[in-house]
Design a protein around this ligand. Structure first.
Ligand code: HPA
Length: 245
């Protein structure tokens, strides 16, 4: 079974370039993951692929069973996760279609099942989360991007909001004051759950819109879909090259 996994987000529910080897319906004590896990060949390596929102896309960010997703990958023997997250940008220097490898996160979500150690029948366990993303996986992504001459933003603070609605201008102004650079809805509690399971985890964030109030007019699904379609090609290039390093 593969030790590396990709969690695909919005715009990456399917990955036609993967050569399918197996499909695993992996049940966990937390329930079922968002979709069956695809075991596939990507270049010279075998990877596990999981569509975070289901396939087809059916779970809103706050309805995703993050614990089942991470537990299912752990059960398969995965110890490295590359997560793909669509985000909005708060910085004019990070326009749509940019690829960002965040190094920090602020969690604004609520009401999500966010730990494997709730303290009921399990002992409480306080993971260290000083650096929420794996330094080793981030280095691999940054090095590979350089090798394939793909421009990326090498660090950023990811603010994770509850969704599913997008933010107000005042909320984005507040996030900016907090130091947030990019805003999405799915990196948390996913990153923390991976840490609890001792799985290395890094995010590849694709900017699909300027955040509320950071461009003229409202945010449309058309602009998001266009940026997803164009930018995801580069995300896939980066993943293929990184996983085959
Ligand atoms: N806000 C929150 N999440 C997002 C956005 C956004 O503007 N774009 C894509 N995911």
């Amino acid at each position: 079974m593969p030790s590396m996994a990709v969690i695909g987000g919005t715009g990456l529910a399917q990955w036609p370039e993967l050569e399918l080897r197996d499909t695993v319906a992996q049940e966990t004590v937390y329930g079922n993951p968002s979709a069956p896990i695809i075991i596939a060949q990507l270049g010279n390596v075998e990877v596990a692929f999981l569509a975070r929102h289901g396939c087809p896309h059916q779970f809103a960010p706050h309805c995703i069973n993050y614990r089942a997703n991470i537990a299912a990958l752990k059960q398969l023997g995965v110890n490295q996760i590359f997560a793909v997250n669509a985000v909005g940008s708060i910085c004019s220097e990070i326009p749509p279609e940019s690829i960002v490898i965040p190094d920090q996160v602020i969690d604004y979500t609520y009401g999500r099942e966010h730990t494997f150690f709730p303290g009921d029948d399990q002992p409480v366990h306080h993971i260290d989360f000083t650096e929420p993303f794996s330094a080793g996986l981030r280095d691999q992504l940054l090095q590979t991007a350089q090798d394939i001459q793909l421009p990326i933003k090498d660090k950023a603070v990811y603010g994770c909001t509850q969704g599913p609605r997008l933010e107000t201008v005042a909320e984005i102004n507040r996030l900016e004051r907090d130091g947030v650079d990019i805003v999405g809805m799915t990196a948390m509690p996913e990153a923390a759950l991976a840490r609890e399971m001792e799985i290395d985890y890094a995010s590849i964030a694709l900017v699909v819109n300027m955040a509320a109030g950071r461009s003229s007019g409202i945010i449309t699904m058309d602009e998001i879909e266009l940026a997803l379609a164009k930018g995801m090609q580069n995300v896939k290039r980066l993943l293929l090259a990184t996983l085959n390093r």
